[in-house]
Ligand binder design. Sequence first.
Ligand code: KIV
Length: 300
Amino acid sequence: MGGDAGDEPGDREEVPMTERKRMTLPDLFAKVAAGAPITWLTCYDYPTAYLQDRAGVDMILVGDSLGMTMLGFDSTLPVTMDDMIRHAAAVRRGAPNAWLVGDMPYMSYQPSVETAIRNAGRFMAEAGCDSVKLEGGAEMADRVAAIARAGIPVIGHLGLTPQSVSALGGFRLQGKGAVQAKKILDDAKALEDAGAFCILLELVPDRVCALVTERAGHCIIMGLGSGPHAHGQLLIYHDAFGLYPKFTPRMAKVFADAGAVIREGLEAYVREVTEGTFPAPANWFGMKDEEYDELLRLLG
Ligand code: KIV
């Protein structure tokens, strides 16, 4: 790591990690009760986690979308539990106060209830997560119930569920027709009854999201590309900050084009090193004349 302009390369002012208090489950439910929307972003690394925690983001999802956003795969399917734990632990180090959600990757919960409990436990014990998320409806209710019984807060995920992208026929709106929409409502009820404290609705029509939210009992409904009626919003960080090179989905707003800023900076770096204008004297460290003379003498 580079130092700053002090006498020693390592001289730098320590910045407090954050002045926030740690987000708890009662805090999240208090926001819902007060009608205050919950903010939620994905995050996969330490420096971004630090920025998100300081900005006051309520919840952070270490999503298996990291397979696409960070690792360059075309889907989330190649992501492993070890990948997830590595990234989730880094995010926890950067964001000590946001409510941290570990996303259970493909085949970490589908094979059996026991596999699901063990892998959910890894997110809590090895990465310091506050909760886990898994995809699927009524067919996953037994996994949700078992994880909740193990004392781990669980989030369900309905609508567009990327781990089932082949079965769903691609990344597309879910619940457009009445029958499919009714299934989403039934699945939401099954997940809540099984003990999910929160359900994410991804890419469903706004009115379907409104109905699920209205009918929720003690369950927080979060939306991604599903309109304004949920208790809060999730966005994929790379979509919201211009950092995914392949495309920006319509459901995302680019809040700041960090990708463009970084690209400009990279071009400036290449230019300045090429032209010899970097480094400047402020960027290097000298040596006292007497030490230098002694060095020359030692070298003969
Ligand atoms: O992996 C992820 O980031 C997700 C979102 C697409 C909701 O599950």
